[in-house]
Design a protein around this ligand. Structure first.
Ligand code: SF4
Length: 230
């Protein structure tokens, strides 16, 4: 007897390559709220937003479109206390529909010996779990954050086959700073201490290159991405 059950077919549009290309051309001219509205209209309730809690810009924009949107945060067990406090502050401010993914405690410090597998097991594995049954998800990824992200599309299909929407892909650092100031958006207090990209504590330090905001991530290693945005 098999216990494998096929997931139910989702009543949502499946996008082909030509449609994605056309949408990307159109979305380059649209505001982030309109892109979020498109995602909500087409994929809610099979839509989530994955948050890093560096700031709450995307959350602020998204809850104005859909106050009940599901927000995923992956608690790797290695976050800075400031990041966990930001999660709580943001949850309270917006009354978030928060899906907190927690990782079972493990004594082994895999990040020391094999950060690639650590990210894969802890971050990507938890996101896979969180997105089970979903058709699409959003993230705050931006092109200006890193050269590896310079060509990030606004809408794409991820390795799971889900639609991935990056409504802020073409926002500059100044756009983000302006939105935070204009709307009194909660930010991770580590930003005020000089951190320009915030991940797990053991793998995050102050930037080593002032021209590369992500240079403090996995500094001294050959690794630049955790795999969440593959
Ligand atoms: S960022 Fe570091 S601690 Fe966090 S999951 Fe990746 S390797 Fe592990």
């Amino acid at each position: 007897m098999s216990f494998l059950v096929e997931p139910p077919a989702l009543p949502v549009p499946q996008l082909h390559d030509e449609e994605l290309a056309e949408l990307n051309r159109e979305f380059e001219r649209l505001s982030a709220p309109k892109i979020i509205q498109w995602a909500v209209d087409n994929y809610s309730p099979h839509l989530s937003l994955a948050a890093s809690m560096q700031d709450a810009v995307l959350i602020d924009l998204a809850v104005k479109v859909d106050p009940a949107i599901e927000v995923i945060f992956i608690d790797t067990g290695y976050h800075f206390p400031e990041t966990l406090q930001t999660v709580e502050d943001v949850r309270r401010r917006y009354g978030l529909n928060l899906k907190m993914m927690t990782v079972a405690h493990h004594d082994e410090e895999l990040w020391k010996v094999d950060p690639e597998n650590c990210c894969s097991a802890v971050k990507v594995g938890q996101l896979d779990r969180a997105l089970a049954g979903k058709a699409a998800w959003m993230s705050g990824l931006r092109r200006e954050e890193a050269t590896s992200r310079a060509n990030a599309p606004i809408v794409a299909r991820d390795l799971r086959g889900l639609v991935k929407v990056n409504p802020l892909a073409n926002w500059s650092d100044l756009d983000v700073e302006g939105y935070i100031a204009d709307h009194d958006i909660p930010v991770n207090p580590l930003l005020h201490q000089g951190y320009t990209s915030i991940g797990c504590q053991p793998c995050t330090q102050l930037p080593t290159d002032p021209d590369d905001p992500r240079s403090g991530r996995w500094a001294g290693r050959d690794k630049t991405e955790c795999g969440l945005h593959s």
